[in-house]
Write a protein that binds this ligand. Structure first.
Ligand code: ZN
Length: 243
């Protein structure tokens, strides 16, 4: 079987969807999960979760006095480096939904392993102008797969962006980042989420302002609890305080 597979891969070499490398001559063949997605052993070996005591953080990297959601928790199973630092821009800017699907599967598996449960999974929405530009929301692609893996109900359009904001990465000042997303989100009133616990998913977490603001919209609409989730983040590197 191995010989046939090797021969087949010689005819049709598949390069890694993440680093672009082709399999080498001694039979290191990229995996094919899901269909159309290939990953080399090098990238695969970098999929290592954060140590278990380093996956939960306060949502805001710089908490402030008078925060209406002081206990808001952010779960980040992977660090934003290596394979994740390469994969996320590929999902964001190169329209590679198979990578998002793979990442969503990883996220869903970690959520199950860490017992993260809720009634509902929702993604952080993109602004409509950015959605038009890209044609998809990377958080939606990741979150929908994680919902499938965890068997939790999924509503992609529960939260709407009501204000076009600047890209958070373009703003360096922390206070400005907070102001930028202030009032940016609203729960669509066709949904009743009174007493519902929500898992709010984004691809990357930085300062936590966007997740925090979207969580506020959920709590205002009657959610009983919100847990923020990001596939990966730099929190453990830049701010090592565990929750
Ligand atoms: Zn690779």
């Amino acid at each position: 079987m191995g010989i046939i597979r090797d021969a087949f891969d010689l005819i049709l070499p598949k390069n890694c969807s993440i680093c672009g490398r082709f399999p080498d001559a001694d039979g290191k063949i990229p995996y094919s999960v899901p269909e159309g997605f290939h990953i080399c052993f090098d990238c695969l070996s970098q999929i290592v979760p954060q140590p278990s005591e380093n996956r939960f953080f306060p949502c805001l990297s710089e908490p402030y006095e008078g925060d209406p959601l002081p206990g808001l928790v952010l779960y980040i199973p992977f660090a934003y480096r290596g394979i994740f630092a390469r994969a996320v821009p590929r999902i964001k800017f190169h329209s590679q939904p198979q990578i998002a699907e793979f990442m969503g599967t990883l996220l869903g598996n970690m959520m199950q392993k860490d017992g993260i449960r809720g009634d509902l999974i929702v993604p952080v929405p993109l602004s409509s102008s950015r959605y038009k530009e890209r044609g998809y929301n990377q958080a939606d692609l990741i979150a929908s797969k994680a919902a499938e893996v965890t068997n939790i109900a999924y509503i992609p359009d529960l939260i709407r962006r009501v204000k076009d904001t600047m890209r958070q990465t373009q703003i360096t000042d922390n206070g400005m980042r907070s102001m930028n997303v202030n009032g940016a989100f609203e729960v669509d009133d066709k949904y009743d989420i009174e007493g519902v616990s929500v898992l709010l998913v984004d691809d990357v977490a930085t300062t936590g302002h966007t997740l925090h603001e979207a969580s506020l919209s959920l709590m205002r609409a009657g959610a009983s609890k919100v847990v923020c989730i990001a596939l990966c983040g730099n929190r453990a590197v830049l701010n090592a305080e565990s929750f």
